[in-house]
Design a binder for this molecule. Structure first.
Ligand code: 3HC
Length: 310
């Protein structure tokens, strides 16, 4: 009976075991997972744009090759996550239309422009660093396909973070202008990186239920704190500072105290009014519309193949 199925679902979650696509699940569980996994996938795909901006202007072949590999990885993460969403009954073409029509979100961080080359390093170091803080716990998410996708994503994300840090460390050993470029970039990306973790827990409508269903294993504020604690020693080693006068070690908490992000800015950005939202969506719409002929050709080829194989 439905009651037995619900009981089995609850027991599976309680035992920290995995829910698989063919298992019975509450409609709300399916719905919130499609929401989160689709938006995660959209984030990866849109995230290719800020970095892509520097592909043709990387200062060396090595830097260009690394950046090309990273941007291609993000595309792969997106496809992985759209596939995970499809195991829940979503359709990736439909999800793409929802993204383009502004009916689904993508990570706020990608609505900030990449103004200097140091941004390529800062994005790797801080944005992928924040993504790692957020994605490592998702490897233990209760929905099997999502958790398994995260294991591969996290391995590649670690490369992204290391190459970004190494790029900045190289610039910090360069000229005064390069050091100033790094610090200016860090000043622009620090607060938006903190906002990636979502609104404060007491303003997060999804966290409580997502924690109960073990979709999320930590709250937004817990992961944000973990990211600040992880980043401070790295900033010291790099020789940069973060633009937050309230950042200070708190001995009894064993963590850093830090200031409050600008949540009005966050709300503006996630409702589509950020610096680059319109541009990012226009680019995604153009790619989708210019790609109709590719999808039609692939379908025609598949149909003809089916004919000949019949
Ligand atoms: N950007 C855009 N929207 C955000 C957001 C952000 N940084 N943080 C929260 N929101 C949205 C939520 O989606 C939700 O709106 P919705 O109900 O329409 O979906 C609303 O704000 C309230 O937030 P909640 O905290 O209640 O929502 P969640 O419980 O879903 O928590 C989250 C938000 C922490 C982002 C969670 O969805 C999550 O962990 N998602 C998976 C991780 C992810 O998306 N990461 C993207 C990082 S970028 C990336 O990975 C690319 C990297 O390789 C560079």
């Amino acid at each position: 009976s439905e009651a037995d199925l619900e009981h089995l679902f609850d027991r599976t979650i309680a035992d920290d075991a995995r829910i698989e696509p063919r298992d019975w699940m509450p409609d709300g569980y399916r719905k919130t997972l499609i929401r989160q996994v689709a938006q995660h996938a959209h984030s990866e795909i849109i995230g290719m744009q800020p970095e892509g901006n520097w592909l043709t202007r990387a200062p060396s072949l090595r830097r260009k090759a690394i950046l090309m590999a990273k941007v291609q990885d993000e595309a792969g993460h997106g496809l992985y996550l759209y596939s995970a969403a499809e195991t829940l009954g979503a359709d990736r073409a439909d999800l793409t239309v929802k993204l383009i029509e502004g009916k689904q979100k993508y990570s706020s961080i990608f609505n900030y422009p990449t103004l200097t080359y140091a941004d390529v390093g800062t994005i790797g170091w801080l944005v992928d660093g924040a993504a790692i803080c957020n994605q490592v716990p998702l490897c233990r998410s209760s929905f099997g396909p999502y958790a398994r996708a995260m294991i591969r994503v996290c391995k590649e994300e670690s490369f992204h973070q290391r190459q970004g840090y190494e790029l900045l460390a190289t610039m910090m050993r360069g000229t005064d202008e390069q050091r100033a470029m790094v610090q200016e970039s860090v000043n622009r990306w620090w607060w938006p990186a903190l906002m990636m973790f979502g609104p404060p827990d007491d303003k997060s409508p999804n966290t409580e239920q997502s924690m109960q269903w073990k979709i999320k294993r930590h709250t937004n504020d817990e992961l944000r704190q973990r990211f600040v604690d992880m980043s401070m020693p790295q900033a010291k080693a790099l020789g940069v500072t973060f633009p937050d006068p309230d950042l200070a070690w708190n001995e009894e908490r064993g963590s850093y105290d830090f200031g409050e992000p600008d949540w009005n800015e966050f709300t503006e950005v996630i409702t589509g009014n950020g610096a680059a939202n319109a541009e990012r969506i226009a680019n995604r719409r153009a790619a989708h519309e210019d790609g109709v002929w590719v999808r039609e050709a692939a379908m025609a080829f598949a149909a003809r193949n089916e004919e000949t194989n019949r």
